[in-house]
Design a protein around this ligand. Structure first.
Ligand code: SF4
Ligand code: SF4
Length: 468
């Protein structure tokens, strides 16, 4: 029996003062010194932790904002001395897509490798734009498939990257089908290159070490190889070089030690793939397709050619690139997936969806929409306490102090984050009654879409519905 996929983790504490959402303001002057003070009853022990935090404080302006916001102490204090306040630093983090809540929950997962628990129930919106207008089916949550999460059965998250035959052929009872090379990835995730606007820290050595710890593959721009080759040599099995149009090929003896390579799209993709296969016939070649206004049509066209893998990339917020009314990643992936089914080519090609994958649930949702796997980059940077403040330039002060960061810290936090995402993926799959991630691809019956429900239920009564 093959080994069960498991990621070794250990806690990696933050380097900076914690930036939480809520803090408690305590007007001590009128305190009646009750022997059963409500502060002692905080189930998260936050008041005692705050005292300890203040004692060890080395930054005077680093206030304690780590309250879970349950309101218990605020409501119960007999003199009404406690009040809840929101942290302005927290509210300024990220943007409308990469919300402070996403950033904060990513930090906690990168620290502990644990699945996030909100503490006082779900307080988010019922529905919203993007992936928030999609709900996964959890109807099997109490059924025995959940045993897979706790070790009695195995939930497989392994995916194949490469081109598969459309059907099998047999010659006198023997299979005569020629199978192409397939890369076995233990999780439906690969690590994409960091976007140029977040290039302050040099994270590639840490990303490669994290890819090795998690048995995943990381994309590295081939132009960086000369600077990276010394540190990156032991990780070649986990590297997929990205070759921009016109960029020089990697030396054959290096390329031959890798399993996957990605090239930019262009009119000569077929020739470029043939050139790479001439050097290393067993390598799988992916084509990167930017989801611009022509991206969908281009991906559908490539899917009908002999392409092995198509990497669909939206912008960092999951939107179509360069249009005024952009479509969201989930809708574009659904469109491409359905078009390839209609044309009879879907099962042959591997689709990777990237851009806007910010939470573990987005990985499952992207796969339900039709991707075989997803790619991420920003979540790994966020896991290093990044605020996504967009001040990634030499000379600007980085609030996460990432201009000078230790590799061990980065590797540990990235490994923990990927492990926490894997844990959440198996939780979601267990709750759906799924034991095999490959079966989830395109299974829209396992999800509900706000737009569809509105249209089917209220659309008939009130006309076309507005987007979420
Ligand atoms: S509001 Fe709740 S979590 Fe926050 S300090 Fe009070 S009891 Fe603890
Ligand atoms: S915290 Fe800001 S400056 Fe530092 S890495 Fe993140 S985006 Fe860049």
């Amino acid at each position: 029996m093959s080994k069960k996929y498991h990621i070794e983790t250990s806690p990696v504490p933050p380097r900076c003062a914690r930036v939480g959402k809520y803090g408690i303001v305590d007007w001590r002057e009128d305190c009646a010194r009750c022997h059963n003070c409500v502060k002692k009853a905080c189930v998260y022990d936050r008041h005692r932790q705050e005292l300890e935090y203040i004692r060890n404080l080395n930054e005077v302006d680093a206030l304690f904002f780590d309250c879970m916001g349950c309101f218990s102490c605020v409501q119960e204090c007999t003199k009404g001395l406690l009040s809840l306040s929101r942290n302005p630093v927290y509210e300024r983090m990220g943007n409308t897509y990469w919300t402070p809540d996403i950033i904060h929950t990513t930090w906690l997962q990168a620290e502990s490798a644990k699945i996030p628990v909100s503490g006082a129930g779900y307080r988010g919106r019922f529905s919203g734009p993007g992936f928030d207008s999609m709900w996964t089916d959890m109807s099997e949550i109490v059924r025995p498939t959940r045993d897979g999460i706790h070790g009695r059965e195995y939930i497989s998250t392994s995916v194949d990257i490469g081109r598969k035959p459309a059907f099998l052929t047999f010659d006198v009872g023997e299979s005569s089908t020629t199978m192409g090379t397939i890369v076995d990835n233990p999780m439906p995730l690969i690590i994409d290159m960091m976007p140029s606007e977040y290039s302050l820290p040099t994270l590639e050595p840490a990303i490669l070490a994290a890819a090795k710890n998690t048995e995943l593959i990381a994309l590295i721009d081939a132009r960086q190889w000369p600077q990276l080759c010394e540190t990156a040599m032991p990780y070649l099995k986990h590297i997929a070089f990205y070759l921009e149009n016109g960029a020089a090929l990697i030396e054959p003896e290096i390329l031959k030690q890798t399993r996957l390579v990605e090239i930019s799209d262009g009119n000569d993709v077929v020739k470029r793939i043939a050139d790479i296969k001439n050097i290393h016939p067993q390598i799988v070649v992916a084509v990167r397709v930017e989801l611009t206004s022509h991206g969908i049509e281009r991906a559908i066209k490539l899917g009908q050619m002999d392409i092995e893998v198509i990497h669909l990339v939206a912008d960092l917020n999951g939107n179509e690139i360069g249009t005024d009314t952009p479509r969201f990643l989930k809708d574009m992936v659904r469109h491409i997936h359905n078009a390839l089914i209609e044309k009879g080519h879907r099962d042959e090609v591997t689709l990777i969806a990237g851009g806007g994958i910010a939470l573990a649930e987005h990985m499952a949702k992207g796969i339900i929409c039709g991707a075989d796997l997803v790619s991420i980059n920003l979540p790994l940077l966020v896991g290093l306490e990044c605020h996504l403040c967009k001040r990634c330039e030499p000379g600007m002060s980085c609030p996460a102090k990432l201009d000078n960061v230790e590799t061990d810290y980065c590797v540990g936090r990235m490994t923990n984050l990927i492990a926490a995402w894997h844990g959440q993926l198996t939780e979601v799959m267990g709750a759906m009654g799924m034991r095999e991630i490959r079966r989830l691809r395109g299974e829209v019956g396992r999800a509900m879409f706000y737009e569809d429900l509105e249209e089917q239920i209220f659309g008939k009564l009130f006309g076309s519905r507005k987007p979420a």
